[in-house]
Design a protein around this ligand. Structure first.
Ligand SMILES: *Cc1c(COP(=O)(O)O)cnc(C)c1O
Length: 359
């Protein structure tokens, strides 16, 4: 018997979510974003399952790219922040990755290198997020230098990133689209993250770059029809390991923050912040026990939580518990914990077993 705490991965849901992106952006190639261990899901499992479904992958560092190559991924891999040091160029060439170029230094490293084969570069253009990229005014100059260096292929892509595409009312997205459309040179383009794939068809261009939606969750701030068919890839599960009758007036857990208002039944579940369940989740956070909704009662511990199951039927030792995923949207739990679903899966530690349940 092993500890029942598991992140169950539904890979057919993953492939379904890619097909949702493809249907929404039928003219575009799909770059699956698998940075940060595929948002905590497990990069080798996720990229492996998408090998023949995505046209390319995107990661944050050469180490993440090397891990993908090591697990047999042969598709193109883009480094979203490019190189952090000139010394990475040799490894980048060896791994045959695509480079982002977002500043002068990275361009000079590339121009000064001696490479046996040119690398494909994605020129990052800052259209208003003010985080990463060259200004639209400088973009033509950068593009020209990439055309001129023998170290870049002629497949340069110009790309940008949206600051607020998750909010369909936010006017910043159209301003960013306009800035991007005003680039005068003829080049392959990419702009859309998940939110833009779902809600901003004018942003699809030649490549879309979905991340979060592939894992089956909606990045939108409001309900959106295009997000409704997404299916969660990760279902975080555990089980009841103890049941306690608690008299009215008794408290539960560290600090005694939950106090029984009536004679109550408390189920102890073997999952805690050491497994990636957020300690910020307050009393009342929804949890499924045997498929029925119950509420967190008491502080989240490192390895355990306590749940008020007073009104539920048939709860016993071993009863299945779902913390998020199938039947309980990640985003709903994230709101209770005052964060976003991205963070909950991404910060999940290694100790939580990732188990493929539906290949
Ligand atoms: C992370 C990232 C994405 C994917 O964003 P999602 O909201 O997860 O779809 C796309 N493009 C860039 C540049 C990113 O950093």
């Amino acid at each position: 018997m092993t500890r029942p705490t598991q992140a169950k991965l539904n890979l057919s849901a993953l492939r379904h979510n890619v097909s949702v992106a493809r249907e929404l952006a039928p003219q575009s190639k799909v770059m699956a974003v698998v940075k940060a261990n595929a948002y905590g899901h497990g990069a080798a499992i996720i990229a492996g399952a998408l090998q023949s479904h995505a046209d390319a992958f995107a990661v944050a560092s050469i180490e993440e790219a090397a891990a993908l190559r090591g697990s047999g991924i042969t598709r193109p891999i883009l480094l979203l922040e490019g190189l952090f040091d000139e010394s990475e160029l040799g490894i980048a060439a060896q791994l045959d990755v695509w480079l982002s170029i977002h500043n002068q230094q990275q361009l000079q490293w590339l121009e000064g290198a001696e490479l046996s084969d040119p690398l494909t570069c994605w020129l990052k253009i800052d259209t208003g997020m003010n985080r990463l990229g060259v200004t639209p005014d400088n973009a033509l100059h950068y593009h020209q230098r990439l055309v001129n260096t023998p170290n870049a292929t002629d497949g340069t892509v110009a790309y940008t990133h949206f600051a607020a595409a998750d909010d369909v009312q936010n006017l910043q997205t159209q301003r960013q689209i306009d800035a991007f459309d005003n680039l005068t040179f003829n080049v392959t383009r990419s702009a859309a993250n998940s939110a833009a794939v779902l809600a901003w068809p004018l942003t699809h261009y030649d490549w879309v770059r979905p991340g979060y939606m592939l894992y089956g969750n909606s990045p939108m701030t409001q309900d959106h029809p295009n997000a409704r068919t997404l299916k969660p890839v990760m279902t975080l599960t555990s089980a009841v390991i103890a049941l306690h009758d608690v008299a009215a007036g008794e408290s539960v857990g560290y600090g005694g923050t939950w106090v029984a208002q009536r004679p109550s039944v408390i189920a102890t579940v073997t999952i805690g912040y050491g497994d990636g369940y957020p300690r910020e989740a307050p009393n009342g956070t929804p949890i499924l026990v045997n498929g029925q909704r119950a509420a967190l009662a008491g502080r989240v511990s490192m390895d355990m939580i306590t749940v008020d199951v007073t009104d539920l039927e048939h709860v016993q030792l071993g009863s299945e518990v779902v913390l998020w995923g199938s039947g309980l949207p990640l985003g709903e739990v994230a709101r209770w914990a005052n964060t976003i679903g991205y963070e909950l899966t991404t910060r999940m530690p290694q100790r939580t077993l990732r188990v493929v349940v539906n290949a």
